[in-house]
Design a protein around this ligand. Sequence first.
Ligand code: SAM
Length: 276
Amino acid sequence: MTLPPLRPLPPLREVIARHGLSATKALGQNFLLDEQLLGRIAAIAGDLRDRPVLEVGPGPGGLTRALLRAGAHVTAIEMDRRCLPALAELGESFPGRLRLIEGDALAIAAAGLFAEPYAVVANLPYNVGTALFTGWLSGESWPPQWHSLTLMFQQEVARRIVAPPGDPAYGRLAVLAQWRSRAKLAMTVHRSAFTPPPKVMSAVIHIVPEDMPQGVSARTLERVTAAAFGQRRKMLRQSLKNLPGALAALERLGIDPRRRAETLNVGEFVGLAREL
Ligand code: SAM
């Protein structure tokens, strides 16, 4: 089921031209204008009918209109005030369903904006994407207030998020994304789909929280992976030697200290953090 707008929406190109929304590199602006593609991205988030959604960086509102058509209640945080009149216009076509917040998403505590669990759906600005992502995944309290993340990243970052052990892309981001959530690469998006096209390909990641392993703090796990992958070419006995108790913990767990960080699976990192 889709929710039709009160009146037909103008093509996105017209919205951009009428509001003078030329893309600004400093704000990571690469806009998606293909409404079919935008509909497919919104669909990755699942059934959004009457569900609260946080969108970061709506820009001219392409993804926003796909989310609204899917029946979501969208809260959108946009830093570029030039986009706000175009977004307000879109909101008029979906009365009571679009809440606009002008500001820097890195400085706004999203959890305070919602009274119930929400989905995050965003074509993230590349320059802040990873910081927002680690923020959403790093909290000590779990499950988080969001029930899914559907996020566009540069393909190289997306690969680092879903990489398995042994993969050259496997590292801190993979462990962070996989130790208490399920992360999958849902779609790749060609650079030519964006206006202007970025230099690299993009991909959409979908993440849902799972149970948190008992007796492990997120901060300790982060300390372990920071040390281990900080010197990823070195053996663990070298890379972890400055982490108090780590070498004894390796021995207790029967993990060979001559192994390198990229060979440890997520469960082994969790076990190590638990021992510490
Ligand atoms: N969602 C639109 C689309 O799919 O076409 C635009 C995506 S564009 C890659 C990223 C958007 O994020 C831009 O509109 C930019 O102004 C906005 N943005 C950049 N940094 C931001 C920040 N720190 N907080 C909120 N929005 C930001």
